[in-house]
Design a protein around this ligand. Structure first.
Ligand SMILES: Nc1nc2c(ncn2[C@@H]2O[C@H](COP(=O)(O)OP(=O)(O)O)[C@@H](O)[C@H]2O)c(=O)[nH]1
Ligand SMILES: [Mg+2]
Length: 250
């Protein structure tokens, strides 16, 4: 519990046995629930996570977005914090970022890895790719975003009811930010964090994933419908309206 709010940390993991133990050991005491979504790992990620006290949820269908969808559906907290299982995001910043969320007027905070504080932590190809994808996102959706690919987010769970999240793959990261950015009732803000070298082997394939993420942004822009949910409507009604409009679209 943090100031009367239940906190859930969601971590998608695909073979992260080298990092997950270090991540879980540093999760603050006030976190109520830690969900590790094991995306079909063939190493001891699940075992290490269970031993460290996390709830492990198995999701056999591969994909970063798919793992997140499963984790978020199972999250019971009022506030959700996400990060990678590779020990690259600053766990020590969790309390500070929750404070920032509670004291801001937005429902979604993304932890920005820019400006880069530790140049060795991000390969040059990834750096350039991140800049291009963030610029394209900013131009397409007419909102400034510095790090569209960050995997660390802090948000009120109720924001999920207002989102239309479709990607099962790496574009999920940019998609959730675009949904928060554009929804007038959520609100979006970025706060810089320090980012470190990942432990274990990289899962991201820069060229392939970069290209998919770029194409996804254009498709998202073309299918985006403004005000598809009415403003100032209560949660359950909103879900209903959103479900209707989604059916209309199909
Ligand atoms: N790329 C990828 N990552 C996954 C998948 N399922 C879970 N993950 C986890 O998602 C996080 C992000 O992947 P990572 O390689 O660290 O990407 P990067 O941080 O963008 O370089 C890691 O904790 C992965 O273990 C998947 O199918 N693909
Ligand atoms: Mg990572």
């Amino acid at each position: 519990m943090y100031q009367g709010r239940r906190i859930t940390v969601v971590i998608p993991c695909l073979n992260e046995e080298e990092g997950i133990g270090m991540v879980l050991a540093r999760i603050p005491e006030f976190v109520d629930e830690v969900l590790v979504v094991d995306n079909g790992s063939t190493d001891s990620t699940a075992l290490i996570a269970r031993q460290a006290g996390a709830r492990v949820i198995r999701e056999d269908v591969r994909g970063y977005g798919r793992a997140y969808k499963t984790g978020l559906l199972n999250a019971r907290g009022d506030i959700i914090v996400t990060l990678d299982g590779d020990h690259s995001y600053p766990i020590d910043a969790v309390s500070y970022l929750i404070e920032a969320l509670l004291h801001s007027d937005v429902g979604f905070i993304s932890a920005s890895r820019f400006p880069v504080q530790n140049p060795g932590a991000m390969a040059f190809t990834n750096y350039v790719g991140n800049i291009i994808l963030s610029l394209v996102t900013s131009v397409l959706f007419l909102r400034w975003i510095r790090d569209s690919q960050s995997g660390m987010w802090i948000f009120f769970k109720e924001a999920l009811e207002k989102m239309d999240l479709r990607s099962d793959g790496m574009p999920f990261s940019e998609e959730i930010k675009v949904e928060a950015l554009l929804h007038p009732e959520i609100g979006f803000k970025e706060i810089p964090i320090s980012y470190s070298n990942r432990a274990g082997e990289k899962k991201l394939r820069p060229w392939r994933d970069g290209w998919h993420n770029l194409v996804f942004l254009f498709r998202k822009r073309l299918t985006w419908r403004r005000n598809r949910v009415p403003l100032r409507t209560a949660g359950p009604v909103m879900v209903h309206v959103q479900a209707q409009s989604r059916r209309e679209r199909e």
